[in-house]
Design a protein around this ligand. Structure first.
Ligand code: ZN
Length: 97
């Protein structure tokens, strides 16, 4: 098997792919990744709660804009964009091996 290198999911440093399924260059980066995965999951939970609220607002008979003048549809779109970004980052941390 020839030596290959891959990019660490945390610091982007290249390191040799010796063991299968390894995603991080070091123990330090693995810990950072675990911390970040927990943080992203908490953020996703909050965003998904807010998405549920906004979905209700979109269905409500009267639409209220928020302090930034955004309609419920715009707020929902913003939240969905944020959820997508968090999921993309999560996938990079979890599946990059
Ligand atoms: Zn690293």
């Amino acid at each position: 098997m020839e030596a290959e290198s891959q990019k660490c999911a945390v610091c982007s440093k290249k390191f040799p792919t010796s063991s299968k399924g390894k995603k991080y260059c070091s123990e330090g980066c693995r810990r950072i990744a675990e911390f970040e995965i927990r943080r992203i999951n908490r953020r996703l939970e909050r965003l998904e709660d807010r998405r549920a609220d906004e979905e209700m607002d979109v269905l409500a008979p009267v639409h209220y804009n928020d302090m930034l003048g955004r309609s419920p549809e715009e707020r929902l779109h913003t939240i969905e964009t944020q959820i997508k970004a968090e999921k993309t980052r999560l996938a990079a941390l979890v599946n990059s091996g």
